[in-house]
Write a protein that binds this ligand. Structure first.
Ligand SMILES: [Fe+2]
Length: 200
């Protein structure tokens, strides 16, 4: 299993997850710079199976159509709570799993930043968090559809119980590192959760 983190736009991260044995690949959050992402897929002879949106914001979805038009058999995947005019091929429920070759993708619905926020657990080793969790912070909740109460529940009930060995891959380069283990992030996660709890 490989997770390739690719910086796109100003400070967004897109991800290409792929199975080394079958070459099946998933592209997460193609918001900008589709050509960079497409080059990586083609130069590694990957078979793009899924295009996944962690949430509907355009900096995570802006290039979906361009990628889909090049890889017509790929399936666009998003939370069942997405509210957009994309042609989504598969709407995802909480804890739903999909196979990507020999890789298991498990989806956690994580509202707060947006109602359709979704994280992707990859082979019980890593989690792609979109704008739910960054390195040392969480996503803003003051945009349309954002909810501090939902963010609190998401962080406390969905993210906090995950194991320390998970590598957190965020949707933006906002921290002092591009990714980190949940164990290293746990002190800042706990203080985030406590900070939100006091304001609710
Ligand atoms: Fe966002």
């Amino acid at each position: 299993m490989t997770i390739k983190q690719i910086k796109v736009g100003f400070d967004n991260y897109s991800y290409i997850i792929f199975c080394q044995e079958t070459k099946k690949a998933a592209l997460v959050d193609p918001g900008y710079d589709a050509s960079k992402l497409i080059d990586y897929i083609k130069s590694n002879n990957l078979n793009l199976t899924y295009i996944i949106a962690t949430h509907y914001h355009s900096d995570h979805t802006g290039e979906i159509k361009k990628v889909k038009n090049l890889f017509l058999s790929s399936k666009i995947i998003a939370s069942k709570f997405i509210n957009s005019n994309y042609n989504i091929d598969k709407l995802i429920s909480d804890k739903e799993q999909l196979k990507l070759g020999n890789i298991t993708l498990e989806f956690l619905l994580t509202p707060g930043h947006t109602p359709d926020g979704m994280c992707i657990i990859v082979d019980n080793k890593a989690i792609i968090t979109g704008d739910t969790l960054f390195i040392g912070d969480c996503g803003r909740v003051d945009l349309p559809g954002g909810s501090l109460e939902e963010m609190y529940k998401t962080l406390n009930e969905k993210i906090k119980p995950l194991p320390d060995h998970f590598i957190v891959y965020p949707g933006h380069d906002y921290g002092h590192k591009p990714f980190d283990t949940l164990g290293n992030l746990r002190p800042s996660l706990i203080s985030l959760i406590e900070g939100i709890r006091k304001t609710l």
